[in-house]
Structures are given as structure tokens and as C-alpha cells.
Design a protein. Structure first.
Length: 267
């Protein structure tokens, strides 16, 4: 008996080592996937850096189209002519690598998911990528055209509109990110429904509060002008409605089961 008691503590470190091995392997895999992601971003950046000025011209075209004749953008910092194309190439590489980054995240978490979860998660992942780029395209081709025209036409006649290239890049990138995330609202709504946090019926009941929240979010996410707020708030509301309708379509079976259960409970 004494020998058994002495041998018991010796087995515990071995069990701890076995428990630590999966954690270490997961951390190694995570490190490798992060390095791959950074490598893809670096390769894309190196490929686009020579075209940084051309990329910036494309991004600034919505503003240049509405500026008065003879007006130009300016650089108020001595380093801006070099740093702005450099930053543009970096941000462009990150935006273009989003599908690969999400693929790496999916490959990391998918082994721990069940088959039914994979069937739901994979379409959501693909849809989130499409919606993210749709939000950027919506901002570039529609929002910028009206917002910049509004800003330029609001300037007094005695003021020459000459936008700093650094401030313009920060403004545009922030709107790209805002609209990219706003267009993820249907995905977020579906995830809340699938996870059981809420139901389409409850979301419909809270619609008035959600609409008010969309307009409040529009005020904080955009410059302080009514036009920008509307361009954010209205798509947020419509995308919320899209997510609710998709949730209702995908949860028809659950609603039918609830009706059957309620009918069976009735005397």
C-alpha cells in the first residue's frame, strides 16, 4: 500500500504534460497561420507599392470629380508625398487579403466544429466576405459622390477647397471600414438567431428601438452632417431587415415545431 501511495504523485506530471501538449500544438498552429497571413499581406504590399500613387489617385477620384476647376489636393507635411502612397499600398494589401485571412481563421476553428455547425458557418463566412466588399463598393461608388459634393458645395465662395492628402486618406479609410462593418449586420443578426440569443419575432418587436439605434450609430460613425448619417443609418436598417427575413426563412422548421408544441399543450 505504501508503494502505491508513493507512485500516485509520479503519474500526475505525466497527465499534465499530456494536457499541455494539445495547447502547445494549437499555439504553434496559430503562430503558423498568423505568419502565413502576414506573409500574404507583405507579398501583396510589395506588389502594389510601386503603384501606390496610382492607387491613391483612384481612391481620391470621387473628391477630384467634384472639386472646382483649378483646385488640387495639397500635402501639408514634408513626408506626405512618400508616406501616403506607402500607407495606401499597405491598407490596400490588408483589404485585398481579407478572404485569405478569414480562410486562415476558418481553418483554425473548423476542426473543433460539428458537421451541422460547419454547414451553417461556411456559408456565413463566404457571405461575410461578399458583404464586406459590397460595403466598400457602396461607399466608393455612391456615398462618396454625394458626400463630397455636399461638402464642397457647402464651402463659402471666398474659401478655396484644398484637401490635405493625409486627412483625406484617413477619412476615406474610416468610411471604408464603417461601411464594410455595417454591411455585416445581416450576418450578425443571423448569428444571434442561430445561437439562440434571440428570435426573428423578438427582433421584429424591437424594430422601433433598433431603427432609433441605427440613426444614433450613424451620428457617431460619420462626420457631423445629416447626409452622411442617412447614408449609414438607412442601410443599417435595411440590412437588419434583410437579416431578420433570412432568419425567418431559415427557422421556419423551428417555428412550426413551436406551434405544434403549443397545440399539444392546449387541453
Amino acid at each position: 500500500m505504501a508503494e502505491n501511495k508513493e507512485q500516485a504523485p509520479e503519474n500526475e506530471p505525466g497527465e499534465e504534460e499530456k494536457a499541455e501538449q494539445p495547447l502547445i500544438s494549437h499555439l504553434i498552429e496559430l503562430r503558423n497561420r498568423l505568419l502565413r497571413s502576414l506573409g500574404v499581406i507583405l507579398v501583396l504590399f510589395l506588389g502594389m507599392f510601386p503603384y501606390g500613387n496610382d492607387l491613391y489617385i483612384i481612391i481620391s477620384q470621387p473628391l477630384l470629380d467634384v472639386l472646382p476647376e483649378g483646385s488640387n489636393m495639397i500635402a501639408t507635411s514634408p513626408t506626405s508625398p512618400f508616406m501616403i502612397p506607402f500607407k495606401t499600398a499597405i491598407y490596400a494589401a490588408v483589404f485585398l487579403s481579407v478572404p485569405y485571412l478569414l480562410h486562415q481563421a476558418w481553418a483554425f476553428i473548423s476542426p473543433g466544429l460539428y458537421r451541422n455547425e460547419i454547414r451553417v458557418t461556411l456559408p456565413i463566412l463566404i457571405s461575410s466576405i461578399i458583404l464586406f466588399y459590397a460595403g466598400i463598393a457602396f461607399a466608393y461608388f455612391l456615398v462618396f459622390k454625394f458626400v463630397f459634393a455636399f461638402f464642397v458645395n457647402s464651402a463659402p465662395e471666398t474659401v478655396a477647397v484644398m484637401t490635405d492628402i493625409s486627412q483625406y486618406l484617413d477619412f476615406v479609410l474610416s468610411l471604408f471600414l464603417v461601411f464594410g462593418l455595417v454591411f455585416e449586420i445581416p450576418i450578425a443578426t443571423l448569428l444571434l438567431i442561430f445561437s439562440g440569443v434571440t428570435t426573428p419575432k423578438k427582433l421584429i418587436e424591437k424594430r422601433p428601438y433598433i431603427i432609433i439605434g441605427c440613426f444614433v450609430a450613424g451620428m457617431f460613425l460619420t462626420p457631423q452632417d445629416p447626409l452622411s448619417m442617412l447614408f449609414v443609418a438607412i442601410p443599417m436598417w435595411l440590412l437588419f431587415e434583410l437579416g431578420v427575413q433570412a432568419g425567418k426563412m431559415l427557422h421556419k422548421e423551428d417555428e412550426e415545431d413551436e406551434k405544434k408544441d403549443s397545440e399539444d399543450e392546449e387541453p
